[in-house]
Design a protein around this ligand. Sequence first.
Ligand code: GDP
Length: 308
Amino acid sequence: MLVVLTGGTGGAKLIEGLAAEIDPAQLTVICNTADDAVFHGLYVSPDIDTITYTLAGLNDGERGWGILDDTFAVLGQLRRLGNDVWFNLGDNDFATHITRSRLMAEGLTLTQVTERIRAALGVKATVLPMTDERVETRVVTPEGELSFQEFFVKERWSRAVESVHLIGAERCKPAPGVLEAIRQSSAVVIAPSNPITSIGPILAVSEIRKALRHSVVNVVGVSPIIGRAAISGPAHKLMAAQGLEPTAFGVAESYRDLLNRFVIDSEDRVLRSRIEGLGIRVLETAIRMTCIADKRRLARQVLALLEK
Ligand code: GDP
């Protein structure tokens, strides 16, 4: 059993590769939920959805979110009716959020709903939220505090960032199945996801971090950063705001109590000895994934590293 901790975009690419290289039934994916938000009265869980759509072969790989070839008629009509529609939701994607919101209103937990949607879409891997409780990422800017989606999507991460904090993470319980999956895993992968707003919230659930710290299996991370910039999105900006060096070294450092192996880009070979100085074995390779061949090759390299 392989456990993967992930956000959406970068993590989904590696998970697509892993699911093609091993039996997906052997995969348990633990997803960040601190970006979850309510839009038009519907509960949206962007990272769970990106991972579930990816594993179902429905994802829009170009955009990195939503369902392939989706249309946006509902959003257009919502706009006509005077709604604020800065968060993009496709028509088929809406069906997921309607289903989730109805089931949650009937009393099901996020874990139970995620399981129903997974099964309905024929996904063989296990997909788990990090917690069933509400955790929220807040981004502090000079003009005030924003939710992660307001910062990332509405403001296109253009604002200066003073700090990032989480509401509700430390005292929340991991979702059912999360600790069991970690304890029963033969290896753990920390996906190339944003260390502050995707992996950060998962590791902020204190029992999850503790279980990983006590785990005796190999834990391999993949850098989402090349040089001093994220491959996409604002990870470098948020890391700098949190006092972390915005490089692959900074990512490794923030997971240093958990990792024993780390994959960095060949361009970052100058960082190798510093990362090894943290007691972490380093693999240099091409970490940018632009096609399925890249995803599968990197997945194979990660799997090989886990075995050694
Ligand atoms: P989010 O919820 O969409 O922010 O999802 P993630 O945190 O999983 O994805 C964002 C991170 O993925 C960013 O920090 C990117 O640098 C990283 N990323 C995106 N594409 C790639 C890629 O091809 N390779 C690697 N190694 N990282 C990537």
